[in-house]
Each structure stands twice: as structure tokens, then as C-alpha cells.
Ligand binder design. Structure first.
Ligand SMILES: [Zn+2]
Length: 342
């Protein structure tokens, strides 16, 4: 249990945790797991865990000891059913913009609260997102979707940098109808991207982005000069290959020196007769693919940032966009003997 003073936290059932009556007893939990409540006091406590009263207040309110509340709290935390808030959950007294921020944060952290062994309601993970610096390399439909999805998920220090060869103003190929719409044609890219950031982020950034990003996501065809720089600077980078036929390749995520690099991948592909890098100037993905991939990648980035792990390390996942419910084809990569990046 986190280091909060005895009784001075505000217990709240995690989202989706419900109380169900089963003949003469009650079950508290999620469809996947939970527990049967053994006493009348545990039933009263479970019904009171809405984040508005502290453990100490609940003890007074229900005429029991703080120890009894603590014992039940500990049990529910162990079962991953309860979060402990540092402040009472009460939105009524704040101004409208603070209320909107609180509601949006709440929706994001409700999911994070279900990560294994998290009992702070996902707040720590959400707060850390605001400090993580992410660079999206390659402005296109996918890059802009990703910018918006990451900003809206609390990654406030996400920046999108433009690749070479794009006209300065938004044009027809940019219009996906979701993030970039008909009315945006003719806007200056630089100003439009700033507008997207402002409108999607939950809160304003508290500090300037760091010089070396925590993660680079490349959404454009590989430019080897960039890759060389990321490798020499030790920048972790995730590559999303351009759409080829009906499939799109996501990955690998490269930790320079620790996992196979993009050149290792290109060399392995070449040995198998696959042309590794397509360099056609501009390839956009269909609108639904941009929406799907940006959501998927944002959730995967969240996982990587929180756990420092992801199935994308040293592997590529191919998604078939015409059979999207089929699990992706996965291929694992090894260091290539000709590369020397290890
Ligand atoms: Zn390599």
C-alpha cells in the first residue's frame, strides 16, 4: 500500500468494480475477479468507497475502528479492486475549466488504475506522462492523428516535426476528415499543428520539452541520416513503416545497442528478398487506418512508458487493414552480423 498516513486517504472502488447480490451473500469485483463479502461491515464499507470520505471519516461514520477500515482496504488493494486517493473526489467547487480537466484526467486514469499493483487510481502514471518527451518524425495523416491521440492522453510534451518535401500549407492529401478537415485546407502547417496541440491536450505543458526525447516515433519512410543520428545519440525510436498493399508494419521499437536496429531489420529483409526501404515521397494511409493505428500506438506507448516493456521490442507486427480483427503477423528480429550496432 502506498505511503499515506493511516486512515488519511480516500478509498474509491476502481472503475467497473460492482457489488452483486448472490442469494444470501454479496460479490464485489470485476467480471474477471473479485471476492465474497463476509461481514455486514465490509458490505457497508464497499458501498461507501466512492472517494468522497477518508478512511478515518468512514470509521467515525460507520461506528467502527480505523483498524477495521484499514484491514478491509488492504484486502481490496491486494485484489486490485480499490484505489486510494490523496484528496477527496469533489468537482462541485472548482471552476468549469478545472472541472473539464478533472473529468478528462479521471477518464484516462480510470484505465491506468487497472494496471497491475496500481492503487493510486492511475494518477502517478498520468502525471508522469506530462513529463515524457515524445517526438513524432514525419508529418502526415498518421503523424497528426498520433500527435492528437498522445496529447489527449496526457503526453503533453509531444511534438511533430515535418519531413522534407511537404508543401508549407495543408492540401488535399492531408484531409482525412477526422483530424484534418476540409475547412483546414490552405492553413499553414506550422500554425495548424500548434492549433491541434492546443485543442487536444488535457492541460497546458508545465515545462519545455527536453533536448533529447524519451521516445521518437517515425511515421514516414526511413531517412537513414536521421536513423544514424538517433543511434549515435542513443535515442529510443519506434518505426511505423508506410502502408504496402493491404498491410502496415508497426515496429520494431529500437533501444540503440540493446535491441536490433532498423539497419539489422533492413539487412534481414534483404536476405529474404524483401525490399526494406521504400522512398516514394508521400504515401498517406486511409482515414480509418490512421485512427486505428494512432489509438493502438498511443496505448502501446503508454504501456512502454509505464513498464519500459512492449512486445514491439525487437519485433515487427503486420496489421492487415482489410481483415483488421485478425491478430497481426509477428516477426522477431536478431542483431545482423553485418550491422555492428550491438
Ligand atoms: Zn543493427
Amino acid at each position: 500500500m502506498q505511503a499515506l498516513r493511516r486512515g488519511d486517504y480516500f478509498p474509491r472502488l476502481k472503475t467497473g468494480v460492482v457489488l452483486t447480490r448472490l442469494s444470501d451473500r454479496y460479490f464485489l469485483g470485476l467480471p474477471s475477479h473479485g471476492l465474497l463479502l463476509e461481514s455486514g461491515l465490509s458490505l457497508l464499507l464497499a458501498r461507501s468507497f466512492d472517494g468522497s470520505r477518508s478512511g478515518r471519516e468512514l470509521a467515525g461514520y460507520l461506528h467502527c475502528s480505523v483498524d477495521e477500515v484499514e484491514e478491509f482496504v488492504r484486502l481490496l488493494v491486494k485484489e486490485d479492486l480499490l484505489e486510494l486517493l490523496e484528496e477527496p473526489r469533489n468537482l462541485a467547487h472548482s471552476d468549469l475549466s478545472s472541472q473539464i480537466i478533472a473529468i478528462r484526467r479521471d477518464i484516462e486514469s480510470s484505465l491506468l488504475s487497472h494496471r497491475a499493483e496500481v492503487s493510486d487510481g492511475g494518477r502517478d502514471e498520468l502525471n508522469k506522462r506530462a513529463a515524457a518527451s515524445i517526438l513524432i518524425s514525419g508529418e502526415n495523416r498518421l503523424g497528426r492523428h498520433l500527435l492528437v491521440a498522445l496529447q489527449a492522453s496526457g503526453f503533453t510534451m509531444t511534438r511533430l516535426v515535418r519531413g522534407s518535401g511537404l508543401p508549407p500549407r495543408i492540401d488535399g492529401a492531408d484531409i482525412c476528415g477526422i483530424v484534418t478537415r476540409t475547412g483546414d485546407i490552405g492553413k499553414l502547417r506550422r500554425e495548424f499543428v500548434a492549433e491541434l496541440e492546443r485543442n487536444s491536450q488535457i492541460e497546458r505543458a508545465q515545462s519545455a520539452p527536453k533536448n533529447s526525447p524519451d521516445l521518437i516515433i517515425s511515421t514516414a519512410p526511413i531517412e537513414w541520416d536521421y536513423v544514424q543520428r538517433w543511434m549515435s545519440e542513443g535515442s529510443v525510436h519506434l518505426h511505423v513503416n508506410q502502408i504496402i498493399g493491404r498491410e502496415i508494419e508497426v515496429g520494431p521499437l529500437v533501444k540503440p545497442g540493446a535491441t536490433p536496429c532498423l539497419r539489422c531489420v533492413a539487412l534481414s529483409k534483404r536476405e529474404n528478398g524483401v525490399k526494406g526501404d521504400y522512398t516514394s515521397a508521400r504515401v498517406e494511409v486511409p482515414s480509418a487506418a490512421a485512427a486505428f493505428l494512432s489509438g493502438l500506438l498511443t496505448l502501446a506507448v503508454g504501456e512502454y512508458m509505464a513498464t519500459e516493456n512492449t512486445p514491439l521490442l525487437a519485433s515487427s507486427h503486420w496489421y492487415d487493414l482489410l481483415e483488421p480483427m485478425r491478430p497481426p503477423e509477428v516477426r522477431h528480429w536478431n542483431f545482423h552480423p553485418e550491422c555492428g550496432c550491438r
